[in-house]
Design a protein around this ligand. Structure first.
Ligand SMILES: Cc1ncc(COP(=O)(O)O)c(C=O)c1O
Length: 386
């Protein structure tokens, strides 16, 4: 069966004589076993709310198909998924290599939390390939990649990073939120762990926070599960239900996000106000050739670097938008636009663009309506420039 068919069938109930299409939400801390034998049998899958209900198992099954993993586990948010995956593999005195383009709260976790426990971090240029091995030490336990970076869109050479990680006895952990498991399969490129902020494309409707952690092999999966257990990680059954509902329509939504995102990006590339478009499917994006090699498509997320513009004119631009919401997230059905500030966090490769970086998420609205919205915003910006 094709993956898209498997994602419709995965984790569905099969009880007699009839059953709903979807598992009802099981809000439970406690499960009761009628007999001791049932207790022994149940302990293999469902035992206690924090360890997951049928809603959790069903979502894990579907995401595991999507990522091509040995096992998938859930975390309460995308950030928790990345951070718990990191914790699974390091101890005091260890070292991490983290991409300079990483989602900024992960950077803060490394610098402000892990360093208190004696774990040090080096940030690397996201365009580094196998030469990353020159930054590895005998204590390097993980390379943390994000491809593409969710503000600056550098595509990373995952097979090269995987080779270096494996040669140095480290794990390659990849934030795969952009590709959503649909357009990129990091585990098939050699990564040990692929995480997603399921909050974005998997859930797809901007109404829940959830993370997924997919492991390539049994040993990796055991370490991840142990970290989740020790940290008392919990995901609500409601959120697991919502995320699985999103997964059922992922393929059709991703196709539309891709189509609209590309149309907007190409239109923006022709605007006189725009300096550069950072969209993985366009040649102007760093790592475009790697995107062509490793990805099967592009999602709806991309950035543009505007030519320098005074702040009041930038404000006029944002305030004129009617369809694009001003908001930090992405992956939902609605279009979003935000002033990204990569210059505030980069350390390995300082971000030195003169104009502002604006990140767009192309939602499911009609592309021409979205273009009219952007056109109106540029008119307001130019009027404010005087
Ligand atoms: C690339 C990336 N990874 C992880 C996260 C964190 O996800 P969550 O908000 O579910 O913690 C985000 C959130 O914006 C993100 O953009």
């Amino acid at each position: 069966m094709k993956e898209e068919t498997q994602l419709i069938a995965a984790g569905r109930p099969h009880s007699r004589p009839a059953h709903p299409v979807n598992h009802p939400v099981e809000r439970a801390s406690t499960f009761l076993f009628p007999t001791y034998d049932d207790f022994l049998e149940g302990a293999k899958s469902i035992t206690y709310g924090r360890l997951g209900t049928r809603n959790h198992r069903a979502l894990e099954e579907a995401v595991n198909i999507l990522e091509g993993g040995f096992e998938t586990r859930l975390a309460p948010s995308g950030l928790a998924a990345v951070n718990m995956a990191i914790i699974a593999f390091c101890e005091a005195g260890d070292h991490l290599l983290v991409t300079d383009s990483v989602y900024d709260p992960v950077r803060k976790f490394c610098d402000r939390f892990l360093n208190r426990f004696g774990v040090t971090t080096t940030y690397y240029d996201p365009q580094m390939g196998e030469e990353i091995s020159t930054l590895m030490t005998p204590r390097t336990k993980a390379i943390v990649a994000e491809s593409p970076g969710s503000l600056t869109f550098e595509i990373q050479d995952l097979p090269a990073l995987a080779k270096a990680a494996r040669a140095g006895g480290a794990k390659l952990i990849v934030d795969n939120t952009y590709g959503a498991g649909h357009f990129l399969k990091p585990l098939s490129l050699g990564a040990h762990v692929s995480i997603q902020a399921g909050t974005k494309y998997l859930a797809g409707h901007s109404d829940c926070l959830i993370g997924t952690i997919s492991s390539a092999d049994e040993a990796t999966a055991k370490a991840v599960f142990s970290a989740l257990l020790q940290l008392g990680s919990n995901v609500s059954a409601d959120d697991a239900y919502l995320a699985l509902r999103g997964v059922r329509t992922l393929a059709v939504r991703m196709a539309r996000h891709q189509e609209t995102g590309l149309k907007l990006a190409k239109w923006l590339a022709k605007r006189p106000e725009v300096d550069t478009v950072l969209h993985p499917a366009l040649k102007t994006c760093p790592g475009h050739a790697i995107w062509k090699r490793d990805f099967t498509g592009a999602s709806g997320l991309f950035s543009v670097i505007l030519k320098p513009v005074p702040l009041p004119a930038l404000k006029a631009y944002f305030n004129a938008l009617k369809l694009f919401g001003i908001g930090f997230s992405w992956g939902g059905f609605e279009s979003l636009c935000v002033h990204a500030r990569p210059e505030m966090s980069r350390t390995a490769e300082p971000w030195q663009e003169e104009g502002p970086t604006i990140r767009f998420h192309a939602g499911l609205e009609d592309a021409d309506d979205l273009i009219s919205d952007l056109d109106r915003a540029f008119a307001a910006m130019n009027a404010a420039k005087g």
